[in-house]
Design a binder for this molecule. Structure first.
Ligand code: FMN
Length: 273
């Protein structure tokens, strides 16, 4: 990506209203190339396909002005939703860098048709799909109302989402050290229903990530869609650090911090020494 990751993350907004202009052959080639190599730090392969809505009878009641979608599927294994969110968001940020809009859709798609087009097997899952296309200059009335309803332009404050050493101590941006920008970019991540489930506790050179579960988002047939949100947030975090030359690894080593009943430990990021 030529533009900085932080700039792209700040520019990104979900797009549901498209101009109707087909994706240019140059941009299409760049997207296809990117999809071939998009990876995640969990080494879980994600299979992407670009789908023609007319060919497969795909639809979404919230999308106007494009017939192209990107969908992806993954085997149902531990951490698959996290890996899925990470890889898909990496692709979405690349699309934004080309001026192409996306929006992850879990609920508002003709799911049966999408799963058929993706040949989703019994041991696989396709949590979300996204339209791709050039954004329209104006959002549809429906999209504007929808954004207002879920306060899509707002995010929880930094010190509500992030903590220091334990959940008892809120973290201010000033005290977040080398993680400051990466956590700020994590804060801006998109999430289903804008519920923002990602929490993090910084302990020196380690950041422990947690999922704060919203009742409304649990117990659906798709599995835990908020784990996809966590994967998206981790992509923002990791890509921002990578850009300034900080590398690390994700490990599952629960530090055993005290949490409330809705909060589940997911993974720890450890800076490479
Ligand atoms: C996992 C996931 C699932 C989503 N599902 C839907 C959906 O079914 N329909 C929809 O219109 N938007 C959906 N969204 C988009 C969110 O509503 C949107 O990201 C959030 O409101 C924040 O807005 P922003 O992306 O413009 O920052 C989904 C987002 C994520 C990350």
């Amino acid at each position: 990506m030529d533009t900085s990751v932080k700039e792209i993350i700040r520019r990104r907004k979900s797009v549901r209203t498209f101009s109707g202009e087909p994706i240019s052959p140059e941009d299409r080639q760049k997207l296809d190339e990117f999809l071939k190599k998009v990876d995640n730090p969990f080494a879980i392969p994600i299979e992407f396909r670009v789908l023609d809505a007319k060919k497969y009878g795909l639809s979404s009641p919230v999308i106007i002005g494009t017939d192209e979608y990107v969908a992806a599927k993954v085997s149902r294994i531990p951490q698959s939703e996290i890996a899925y969110g990470y890889s898909l968001e990496k692709f979405c940020l690349f699309a934004v860098s080309l001026g192409i809009g996306t929006v992850m859709l879990a609920a508002t798609i003709s799911r049966g048709a999408f799963e058929k087009a993706m040949d989703v097997g019994d041991t696989e899952v396709m949590p979300v799909a996204s339209p791709i296309g050039y954004p329209s200059e104006k959002r549809s009335v429906r999209e504007r109302l929808m954004r207002k309803g879920i306060k899509a332009d707002e995010r929880l404050p930094f010190d509500t989402l992030f903590f220091e050493n334990s959940f008892a101590q809120s973290l201010s941006p000033e005290r977040a050290g080398i993680f400051r920008d990466a956590l700020e970019m994590t804060r801006l991540a998109p999430s289903a229903g804008n519920k923002q489930p990602c929490r993090a506790v910084v302990c020196e050179n380690r950041v422990h990530f947690y999922e704060k579960k919203a009742k409304a988002m649990q117990n659906n047939s798709l599995g835990d869609i908020q784990k996809v949100d966590i994967g998206i947030a981790l992509a923002h975090f990791d890509l921002t650090l990578q850009e300034v030359g900080i590398t690390g690894r994700f490990v599952v080593e629960d530090p055993g911090l005290e949490t409330d009943d809705q909060t589940e430990y997911i993974v720890t990021y450890e800076v490479n020494c």
